[in-house]
Design a protein around this ligand. Structure first.
Ligand code: ZN
Length: 129
């Protein structure tokens, strides 16, 4: 599956964001090693602290979909409010749990690919426990 297809899924997910407080819309699309694509959007909450990011939303959807296909090859992140839109720190750690290999974002020049080690260097993961 090509990167543009995955980013298109992230763009579509951003259109479903629930962000009445920040108006900051985000969509994420995860491509698994099994070839599945799972999407998520940010979902805010009146309590603010309970809001969840698009990336974690996509990851929990992935985890619930198929326990045998939880290896993340890449995540594409899109926001019409910020280009590029990178995952926050919490989401970086959450994606790390599932072995995310690459982060793809978009700016005015097109898609940008980042090895996960650049996104979250010297990270802590399941193998350290
Ligand atoms: Zn986040």
């Amino acid at each position: 599956m090509d990167l543009e297809t995955v980013m298109s899924a992230a763009r579509a997910a951003s259109e479903r964001a629930y962000a009445p407080y920040s108006d900051f819309l985000v969509g994420a699309a995860i491509l698994t090693s099994g070839g599945a694509v799972h999407t998520g959007c940010n979902v805010e909450n009146a309590s603010y602290g309970l809001s969840i990011c698009a990336e974690r939303n996509a990851a929990t959807t992935m985890a619930a979909a198929d326990p045998e296909d939880r290896q993340i090859e890449l995540v594409a992140v899109f926001s019409p409010n910020a280009a590029p839109c990178f995952p926050c720190g919490a989401c970086r750690q959450f994606l790390r749990e599932f072995g995310c290999k690459e982060v793809v974002v978009e700016d005015g020049a097109g898609l940008r690919r980042y090895p996960f080690e650049e996104i979250l260097p010297n990270s802590f993961g399941p193998e350290h426990l």
